[in-house]
Design a protein around this ligand. Structure first.
Ligand SMILES: Cc1ncc(C[n+]2csc(CCOP(=O)(O)OP(=O)(O)O)c2C)c(N)n1
Ligand code: SF4
Ligand SMILES: [Mg+2]
Length: 259
């Protein structure tokens, strides 16, 4: 049996307390488990964008492709089309994929390409030091909006529902067990899967207190019901004080022919 270490020698430069550590540790556990069960490590490929999240490619010892800002999804699609046997996982930022490159996400969902996209949704541009993104709340004060943004955020999960995504989930970086469960199911799903992770950026948008008071896990819930999924996805619109459901909102029972 292979000695499964997915760590690398790269120096980690994320800020102490950054939610990206939870994503890294969860994915290491899930991929390590898959490899232990016999899935060939060489058939796993990860793709990252540009941003703090993207450094995950340096910290995970599997095949990886560091792409361009906003271009995680087309690179994942191209790899999958070139070799459908590969398991392709994209790690993207909220600025990276809900802003620049959003059209790729919509079409990958619509076409049901068999890739897994994980969004480190810290609702801010972390690497470039704190500008607003499509998921920053109304009034967000950052480097580019010192008086507060006048735009309301989008709910990316609602957008994914409207784009016919087959698998839609939300995780949170404070709660690694749930994150592992969601990642495993999304990675094993045959079809397009999107996991939006509320990833706290402690330096530019520390939302731990806000999230900790509101998050709850979906239980006794059927993810195959489109209307119910839409209702749950709309429960929190990224702006309000409502509760924030976590888990798998939607999962189509039968996926189409992917490629
Ligand atoms: C085409 C292009 N546009 C803009 C940039 C500058 N840029 C680098 S990272 C970044 C934002 C990163 O924010 P996000 O995707 O949310 O990732 P995070 O750092 O928060 O993980 C921007 C605008 C770039 N590198 N390339
Ligand atoms: S700036 Fe934010 S997202 Fe980037 S490493 Fe620091 S805490 Fe994490
Ligand atoms: Mg971001």
């Amino acid at each position: 049996m292979e000695n499964i270490s997915l760590s690398t020698n790269a120096k980690n430069t994320w800020c102490p307390g950054c939610g990206n550590f939870a994503i890294l540790n969860s994915i290491k556990a899930v991929l390590g488990g898959l490899i232990e069960e016999g899935f060939p490590r060489e058939k796993i490929v990860i793709v990252s964008g540009i941003g703090c999240h993207a450094k995950i490619a340096d910290y995970l010892n599997v095949n990886s492709f560091y792409s361009l800002h906003g271009r995680v999804v087309p690179v994942c699609e191209a790899i999958k089309l070139a070799n459908p046997e590969l398991k392709v996982i994209g790690f993207a930022g909220d600025g990276d994929t809900y802003g620049e490159g959003l059209e790729h996400l919509i079409f990958a969902a619509k076409r049901n390409i068999d890739i897994n996209i994980i969004i480190h949704n810290n609702r801010v541009y972390g690497l470039t030091t704190g500008q607003y993104t499509p998921t920053s709340p109304l009034g967000f004060k950052g480097r580019s909006t010192p008086k507060g943004t006048k735009e309301s955020p989008i709910n990316p999960l609602e957008l994914m529902m409207a784009s016919h995504a087959s698998f839609i989930a939300r995780g949170y970086t404070h709660g690694i067990e749930l994150l592992k469960k969601i990642f495993k199911e999304a990675i094993m799903y045959k079809g397009f899967s999107l996991v939006d992770v509320l990833q706290v950026c402690v330096t530019f948008f520390n939302m731990y207190d806000y999230y900790n008071k509101r998050v709850y896990e979906l239980k006794d819930y059927s993810p195959e019901d489109y209307s119910l999924a839409m209702e749950k996805i709309k429960e929190w619109d990224y702006n309000t004080d409502s509760k924030i459901p976590l888990g798998i909102f939607y999962k189509k029972g039968l996926s189409n022919d992917k490629t």
